[in-house]
Design a protein around this ligand. Structure first.
Ligand code: AMP
Length: 118
């Protein structure tokens, strides 16, 4: 365990339970424990701990693409692409980031409210 370890590290190592719905070589997808929409899945990198998007190096940029590709594949598999969905990444306090292991939220299953207003 490193000093950058988080609850998501425990989920990756199967030390705490999670409802895992997607997994490939680089990405794990699991249901959010406090869903903000009928479908709320988090996609995280499995092999690297990057605390925030602000810590992402140019060399790590492809990893974010993998999170997006995984979310889109899952959405298509679940038929969510028909009505649409949203993906969101929160960075630090003003965005409400609470877990410091980068993650992509996939929100779907009902019309979503607008966003970005304080
Ligand atoms: P953020 O606020 O962008 O950092 O998102 C962190 C998300 O992780 C929140 O939506 C939490 O509900 C979710 N979360 C925290 N702990 C767990 C957990 N043990 N299993 C699943 N989701 C979690």
């Amino acid at each position: 365990m490193t000093d950058t370890d988080t609850i998501f590290g425990k989920i990756i190592r199967r030390e705490i339970p999670a409802t895992i719905v997607y997994e490939d070589e680089d990405v794990l997808g699991f249901k959010d424990i406090a869903p903000q929409a009928p479908v709320h899945v988090l996609f995280i990198p499995k092999n690297e701990v990057i605390p925030t998007l602000d810590d992402l190096t140019p060399e790590q940029g492809a990893l974010v693409g993998k999170l997006v590709v995984a979310a889109a594949a899952y959405a298509r598999e679940q038929g969510l692409h028909k009505d649409g969905y949203r993906v969101v990444m929160n960075c630090r306090e003003h965005a409400g980031q609470t877990v410091f292991h980068i993650h992509l939220h996939l929100l779907a299953g009902a019309p979503l409210g607008r966003f970005g207003t304080p």
